[in-house]
Design a protein around this ligand. Sequence first.
Ligand code: HEC
Ligand code: HEC
Length: 412
Amino acid sequence: MNKKIVLVAFIVCAVLLLGQTIYSCTNNSKNETLASVDSVKIELGRYLFFDRRLSVNNTRSCATCHNPQFAFTDGYKRSLGVYADLHQRNTQPLFNLSYLKYFTAADSTLHSPLQQMDNPLFNNHPAEMGVKGNEEKILEKITADENYKQLFAEAKTDISWTNIKNFISLFINSLKSGDSPYDKFKSGDSTALNPSQKRGRQLFFSAEIKCASCHGGFNFSTPSVTNEKGDTLFYFNTGLFNIDGKGAYPPYDEGLFHLTKNKTDMGRFRVPSLRNLAFTAPYFHDGSAASLTEVIEAYSNGGRKIEDGIYKGDGSKNPYKHAFISGFSISAADKINLINFLQSLSDTGFINNPAYQNPFSYDETKRSSILQYLNYCMKITVLLFISSAAFYSPVTTKHRLQEMEITTMKMF
Ligand code: HEC
Ligand code: HEC
């Protein structure tokens, strides 16, 4: 009878220990494949970017609003914060960030993701992730996670907000997109664009339509338009609204004017990239255009005419509108060709890149606490079995079992 109890105790202990060893081995092998400390840091940034525990109520990670399947946007007109408050803007996509001189749609003081990141993390208008005032509480959630303990140790650094921000920044700076059909065409594959897209390309770069003067460079976000002093302009009013007939934009977002209070900055926004438009609808700073057809209509009209509703007005008569938004008349077929060309700047390899996807294969907001609980239960069970086995067994084995008990105690 006693021997049976000892046998059962050993089998149960062996199974539990084997389980834990297999778990820690799979966890380790995942991280051991990382080549260097730098790649560990990017990998850490990826985990943190996708981790909803970084928000006060575990509902929002960066990726909730910046989803890789939508080229790191969210598909909403304007995004929703951690308490479901409406943000003033449409979510910007994240790729080729090193090409941006200014960050966000209308803030000429932000020049890097590191500076910009304080907005979603710490802003309260509206709270995007609600970290402000909860810094310690959120840091504790991250510190309690075994995977982070291990990754931060491999990165040879401590878990702090500064490091969290640095590593997320490294991850988002690593997001590169440049393998669209248009890129293939540029590198010599003349079949990568169809005839309609080739015609659209001619229109896009034509002097008559002028798209490329503002949407220039590799990222289609670098303007070459200058003012009378010869300085390059980065922000433009494209005549999307004209509520009062004097150029007003809706009060929820008046563009650069909000920052500078200079009337000529009314409705001026940064030139966005035109890459990956197939995944980033709806368009414009507030998501107010549902489709590229609506965008092209606004440009060909020399500004957007809104027929009814509270934002009614003729944007083509906006006094702050840039002179290049003067309208053009092209055939309906050419409008479609232009749209087809814009679509050819979309890079499916980018949105499906395995290095950019969610690294959590489980619900990260639950996993750590359950794991810790299971781990704790397992250790108690092992201790109980060894104690009872020691109690019932003959003296010689008793001594050995007591040694095992001491070893098990050290596991706590
Ligand atoms: C609630 C939704 C939401 C969350 C959460 C969020 N963002 Fe954003 N993000 C936005 C919106 C909206 C914008 C556009 C802001 C603007 O133009 O003023 C934006 C813009 C950005 C930009 C600027 C891109 C550019 O082209 O200038 C970066 C970088 C960025 N977010 C990174 C992050 C990071 C990193 C996190 C997590 C720490 C994060 N975001 C969390 C909604 C969100
Ligand atoms: C005078 C500079 C200028 C010219 C010329 C111009 N754009 Fe733009 N474009 C902008 C600015 C600025 C925005 C952002 C407007 C906003 O959100 O309020 C924009 C936005 C867009 C968007 C929406 C992108 C998004 O992600 O929301 C598309 C698409 C677009 N432009 C295509 C074109 C095409 C096609 C042409 C040529 C017919 C063109 N643009 C000509 C400055 C320009």
